[in-house]
Design a protein around this ligand. Structure first.
Ligand SMILES: [Zn+2]
Length: 433
């Protein structure tokens, strides 16, 4: 085994030296990167979230079964080749962003290989290495303060947990209305997005309802401007989930993000690195952050509530008059989002066991037990990925707000949003948090 690794190392070093001598182009490095990501996917089933490049590259990766060690070594070679290049242009030029992006994606690939071959990292080290960001620390006292506000908003007998669950259970979409409610939401999100972003006319998606997953919904981008959106019905879907999932997974979230990358970069510029999406990489913070912030772009202040009352609540068979109090409580609950990061940090750093983490989520994020347990399963599978949702949203929101300025101009916001979705930008390139 050892001999084989050494032999592979020499081979790769020789290959690397040859390529270095030949000064590989960015396109060559990009292709090698795609092949390494596909090679990593052979070892790590969750790694390749989407791929629509040449099918022969995938077949070759599957047949080649490059070892993790060799993938790490080849990634090192690519990283060195990239660092030997100094792209010209202004900081925001796409060519420079591409160079930074590839460097960041390859660094994350090397980190993932290191993790899979035994390197231990803290939660923060891991999120920095994989997602180019570190989540801020929040204390129990901060979550207790939100808890006190919820106590006031939901008076009555029983524990706050029980009252909150009783309250939330009034806003569950009945299973037999789920499809029509979700369809109404996705139609609206799509129509609003198309008012501002031109998409290829052949773009399309299908929706599937599935069970037995650790996530609540997933977009599987197929290439050719097509997505399969899956909605998990293991746990009840509450009414706010309709717009949230439709925007996040569909328009202007993951589906639109992937469509724009394919249109502008993969096809438009033949930048093949965008034909693959490695899940455990900085790209995920941009993907999840834009998918979540896109909800606010699509339904700015006030419009969400009006639309819920006019369309979504009736579709779900719920009383529109109850929407304002529901959204007031949701506003408070959203402030628990960083409690999810804290739970993951404590759990992955070995400070809490799995069941103590579920307890912690029940206590500080007010999650009912089944949801807390589902979250622990999610953390087991996706680890520090959890920061991409809320930290990603906040970083994307701050970046876009800074660019748009105080005017709050909706069409400028959409322009900047589309620009971000169409460009290779690393989380650290979004500016200071
Ligand atoms: Zn997502």
């Amino acid at each position: 085994m050892k001999t084989r690794v050494v032999a592979a190392t020499l081979l790769v070093m020789a290959a690397g030296a040859t390529v270095l001598a030949q000064r590989p182009s960015m396109d060559t490095i990009a292709e090698q990167y795609v092949r390494l990501v596909l090679g990593m996917g052979v070892h790590d089933a969750d790694y390749v979230d989407a791929y629509y490049g040449p099918s022969s590259w995938r077949t070759e990766a599957e047949e080649g079964r490059t070892s993790l060690q060799a993938i790490g070594i080849q990634a090192d070679v690519l990283a060195r080749q990239l660092s030997a290049m100094t792209p010209a242009g202004r900081p925001d030029d796409l060519g420079r962003l591409r160079h930074q992006y590839l460097s960041g994606q390859i660094a994350a690939l090397r980190a993932r290989v290191a993790m899979r071959t035994g390197r231990k990292m803290t939660f923060d080290e891991e999120s920095k290495a994989l997602y180019d960001a570190v989540a801020p620390v929040h204390t129990e006292a901060e979550f207790d303060a939100v808890r006190a506000q919820l106590e006031a908003a939901l008076p009555g007998a029983g524990s706050l947990q029980e009252r909150l669950e009783a309250f939330r259970s009034r806003f569950v979409i009945p299973r037999d209305r789920l499809e029509r409610t979700f369809t109404a939401a996705i139609d609206a999100c799509r129509a609003r997005t198309l008012q501002h972003i031109e998409l290829p006319k052949e773009e399309s998606f299908t929706v599937e309802y599935v069970t037995n997953q650790s996530w609540s919904a997933y977009n599987w981008y197929q290439g050719g401007y097509h997505s399969v959106i899956q909605v998990n019905t293991d746990l009840p879907v509450r009414v706010d989930g309709a717009i949230d999932l439709a925007c996040h997974e569909g328009y202007p979230g993951h589906h639109v993000y992937n469509v724009l990358l394919e249109k502008n970069l993969t096809r438009g510029r033949k930048w093949m690195e965008f034909s693959v999406y490695p899940l455990f990489s900085p790209q995920s913070l941009i993907a999840e952050g834009t998918a979540n912030y896109g909800i606010d772009v699509t339904f700015p202040a006030g419009e969400r509530l009006r639309f819920e009352q006019d369309v979504i609540f009736p579709a779900a068979g719920l009383d529109p008059a109850t929407a304002p109090e529901y959204y007031q409580v949701l506003g408070l609950i959203e402030r628990f989002s960083y409690a999810g990061n804290e739970a993951a940090r404590r759990y992955l750093d070995g400070r809490l066991s799995a069941s103590a983490t579920a307890d912690w989520l029940e206590r500080y994020a007010l999650m009912p037990r089944p949801r807390a347990e589902q979250r622990v399963r999610f953390i087991d599978q996706y680890r520090s990925y959890v920061i991409n949702y809320n930290l990603g949203k906040d970083m994307v929101g701050a970046y876009l707000t800074r660019r748009v300025g105080d005017s709050g101009d909706a069409s400028r916001m959409w322009q900047e949003f589309e620009r971000l979705l169409s460009s290779p930008r690393l989380p650290s390139g979004l500016g200071a948090r």
